[in-house]
Design a protein around this ligand. Sequence first.
Ligand code: ZN
Length: 148
Amino acid sequence: MLEPKTGENFAAVDLGNLENLDQFKFEAPKIQVDGKIFLKDLLQLTGAELSFNKLPIGKSVPFYHKHQQNEEIYIFIKGKGEFQIDGEIFPVQEGSIVRVDPAGERCWRNCGDTDLYCVVIQTRSGSYQGATIQDGVGVKKQVTWSQN
Ligand code: ZN
């Protein structure tokens, strides 16, 4: 069982080596997906859902899905595969990032010779308020790290 480390202003969790992601299973009515873990609850996320995913060699996600309000960002971190949105198919691999609008009917598969890994971020479409850099504020404090 994963035990997040939490503090007043953070939550942190260690999923272990990505090869072992298949220890996690996502289950919903009529759906079971091996190698998938959602992190919103574990990390107490308030503005996004986040999942880590492992798809074995030769496997496809066995269904299409779309969303009602959320867009998804798929960040492929290892392996090779294909992505399909509304019937359009294109290759993805380590370093590929795909945004899908809520209405996009999506699926992805592994057609490489290693496991395929991706991180999926889900956020409310149209909710971003901008100010990527301007939102950060420097803290006037010398950086220190404990010595042990
Ligand atoms: Zn989705």
